[in-house]
Design a protein around this ligand. Structure first.
Ligand code: FES
Length: 151
């Protein structure tokens, strides 16, 4: 268990240091901004959609703590080639995992590599950090106007 925790932390630190799919996208089909009202950190998510509601490309930019930035990065690596419905199911599984009790098992099949953030459950104040980009993604998929806030 200690080894697994160390591995998870390593993945989070790596994505924070070298975020994947980072940068503004030219001519995105969807774009949304989200911010954490507690700290003011913010991210923008860019999406390019393909046939059959498939996420063809996704990128993000913005500034945030290590948890929020690495969560945005991991999220983007998981979503390319996924349908909107699959992305929403992943969002649901991820947020359910983070808001469940520490000892509640979660479905690894559903959350995939986003399981590296399962330790965040022990620090409820950080849950908003981990979900910031994900809420912003939902806003982008729904093409909602305005800025999404974690409040
Ligand atoms: Fe701002 Fe984590 S402290 S998003």
């Amino acid at each position: 268990m200690a080894d697994q925790r160390a591995l998870y932390e390593q993945v989070i630190l790596d994505h924070n240091k070298s975020p994947r799919n980072y940068g503004e996208m030219e001519c995105p089909d969807h774009k949304a901004e989200g911010y954490n009202a507690l700290c003011g950190d913010q991210f923008t998510i860019f999406l390019k959609m393909g046939d059959g509601d498939i996420i063809e490309d996704i990128s993000f930019e913005g500034a945030g703590c290590a948890i929020s930035k690495s969560s945005a990065s991991v999220m983007t690596t998981m979503l390319k080639g996924k349908t909107q419905d699959e992305a929403k199911a992943l969002f649901t599984g991820f947020t359910e995992m983070l808001t469940s009790d520490v000892d509640t098992p979660f479905d690894i099949e559903v959350v995939g590599k986003a399981q590296v953030f399962s330790g965040v459950r022990e620090y409820p104040v950080r849950v908003k950090c981990a979900t910031l980009a994900w809420h912003t993604l939902m806003s982008a998929l729904e093409d909602a106007d305005g800025t999404v806030s974690t409040e």
